[in-house]
Design a binder for this molecule. Sequence first.
Ligand code: SF4
Length: 86
Amino acid sequence: MPRRGERRTARGLPVMREHRHGADVWVNQTTDALRRVHCICLDCALFKPGTPEHCAKAKRAYRFAVEENMAFMVTACPVWKPKASE
Ligand code: SF4
C-alpha cells in the first residue's frame, strides 16, 4: 500500500514529493538513502569539501546538483584515490 504522497514511476519505483533547499522535488527515498552511504567520494582522499584542495570533479558535480535541484551518487570515477588509512 503506497504511503501518503507517494507515487509510482512507470517501472514501479516509489517516489515522494519533498521540499528541499527551496524547491519541490521528487525523491526515490531508497536510492537517496544509499547515496549518503555508498557514494565513493566519501571514501576518496581527494574529497575535501571546504578546502582549496577539494576535488574539482566533485565540486563541478555538486554545483550542477545545486543548480538543478538534483541529487547524485558517484559510483565510478577515473581518479578515485584511497585515503591514507586504506
Ligand atoms: S576524485 Fe572522483 S571519487 Fe574522488 S572526490 Fe573526486 S569525483 Fe569523487
